[in-house]
Design a protein around this ligand. Structure first.
Ligand SMILES: Cc1cc2nc3c(=O)[nH]c(=O)nc-3n(C[C@H](O)[C@H](O)[C@H](O)COP(=O)(O)OP(=O)(O)OC[C@H]3O[C@@H](n4cnc5c(N)ncnc54)[C@H](O)[C@@H]3O)c2cc1C
Length: 431
């Protein structure tokens, strides 16, 4: 098969057929974005009896939610010691506990809605690219056990062949609690679940503007969409890396970063087993990292930030060769394996690399998942929906400081990405 510039996961999933209804005149909650965050929120809100409309400028799951590696990960992007030094022990304990709860949240939702998405608690493996990185693992495991009562396991270099068929790493660290799934099937299932609960989804409907407007004495929002206006009591922005000038306050706080993936042809069973004997979700210890896994039909899925800029025909094409070379560095056994698919997507980083949720400019939001969004987005969608519904859910990411760019030098157009890319490459070289 010739190389397809197309998302492999989409070839495995059936998306719900969404009817094109006229826009309602008013809703209780308008959700912007039909990915994990928006759909998980819409399901919870509709189950609580709210009239909910989800607006999606493309189609269900079109954003990062159908394009990712499907790694349902514990922990946060930022290392635990950094998180402790920023927020102190108590808040970090709640954050870490929440990160474990995110995986349970996905598992429970998959079970309740019977979503056929190959969810499996296969665990994740982080591999050390330098001796220095490996030396840090023992300290991390000790802190995580002591502070958060959660067990990770260090894998010495000599024992690594039981985990991965590559000899370039200095050792590894395993968390058995993490999971894997097929993200396109998962987000399609979430779309069905939200609709079943009573939420209405409006595809090909871009939200262009929102202004405060009261109706019959009730505070709310006049929402302008590409298909006309409506009124909503509350707004939940769930647009992640695709956040635009429709929400300028949020756009200025997020850096959209491209991530790219290749998948090989289907591999022989013996070779697939040799590459990943325990079928883990794997990523390495660099800033400019690679992440990889086997797909349920035994392709090697290999991803990374081959270009920092969001996906275009050009960045996708360039990424195919960069990632193929990266994959062969890790797995020389794949030298002759054909690459069948390459695609890209955009994820969102906050300037402090933390997830953020709460209210900004009067609108609810949950963003900043920094490549840990499969589990966290599902969880935040649910938690913020509970908050909108009037509960007081424990959510340690609400209310933490949400910094913008240093000196405010950013209007939402990431002119500094090439420099950031070079900076991370330099950091990987020296650290
Ligand atoms: C290549 C890649 C690999 C990744 N791998 C992993 C992984 O293995 N594990 C992990 O945990 N995370 C991973 N991530 C991150 C994860 O996919 C995201 O964090 C998560 O999907 C975010 O979900 P979301 O619903 O918040 O946003 P998205 O799924 O991006 O959805 C946002 C939606 O908002 C819509 N939208 C934007 N503006 C408007 C508007 N004005 N009006 C209407 N609609 C609008 C967009 O069209 C889009 O569909 C990866 C991301 C990428 C790109």
């Amino acid at each position: 098969m010739a190389l397809q510039e197309h998302n492999y996961w989409l070839t495995t999933a059936d998306f719900p057929k969404i009817e094109t209804w006229p826009l309602p005149d008013r809703v209780d909650v308008a959700v912007i974005g039909a990915g994990f965050t928006g759909l998980s929120a819409a399901r919870t809100l509709a189950q609580r009896g709210a009239k909910v409309a989800v607006f999606e400028s493309e189609t269900v799951g079109w954003g990062a939610s159908s394009r990712n590696g499907g790694m349902v990960l514990t922990g946060m992007k930022l290392g635990v010691n950094q998180v402790i030094s920023k927020y102190g022990r108590d808040l970090t304990r709640r954050m870490y506990a929440a990160s474990l709860a995110t995986v349970d949240c996905v598992e429970q939702l998959v079970r309740e809605e019977a979503i056929d998405c190959d969810f499996s608690r296969c665990g994740h493996l982080e591999v050390a690219c330098k001796q220095k990185h490996f030396d840090g693992y023992a300290r991390q495991v000790e802190v995580i056990a002591r502070e958060f009562n959660h067990r990770l396991r260090v894998v010495q270099r000599n024992d690594l062949s039981a985990e991965i068929g590559s000899n370039i790493y200095y050792g590894g660290m395993v968390d058995e609690v993490s999971a894997g799934l097929n993200p396109a099937r998962y987000v399609a299932g979430l779309g069905r679940a939200a609709t079943k609960a009573g939420a209405e989804i409006f595809e090909h409907t871009r939200v262009e503007d929102m202004q405060r407007e009261s109706r019959e004495g009730e505070a709310g929002w006049k929402i302008t969409t590409s298909r006309g206006p409506l009124w909503a009591g509350e707004v939940f922005v769930a647009t992640s890396g695709y956040t635009s000038k429709a929400t300028p306050g949020l756009q200025k706080k997020l850096i959209p970063i491209g991530s790219f993936i290749v998948t090989t042809e289907v591999l022989p069973e013996k070779l697939a087993h040799e590459l990943s004997p325990r079928n883990r979700m794997i990523y390495d210890s660099k800033n400019y990292l690679y992440y990889y896994r086997l797909t349920p039909d035994r392709r090697m899925l290999f991803g990374g930030r081959a270009a920092f800029f969001p996906e275009t025909d050009q960045t996708i094409r360039r990424s195919a060769e960069i990632l193929r070379r990266g994959m062969i560095d890790v797995y020389p056994q794949l030298r002759d394996a054909k690459i069948d698919y390459v695609w890209g997507g955009t994820l969102d980083f906050a300037f402090d690399i933390m997830p953020h949720a709460g209210q900004l400019d009067g609108m609810y939001y949950a963003v900043g998942y920094a490549g840990h969004g499969v589990a966290m987005a599902t969880y935040q969608g649910q938690k913020i929906a509970e908050l909108i519904a009037g509960d007081k859910p424990d959510n340690p990411f609400v209310g933490i400081p949400f910094p913008g760019a240093p000196l405010g030098l950013y209007n939402g157009r990431p002119w500094f990405l090439p420099f950031a890319g070079m900076w991370y490459k330099l950091l990987d070289w020296v650290s």
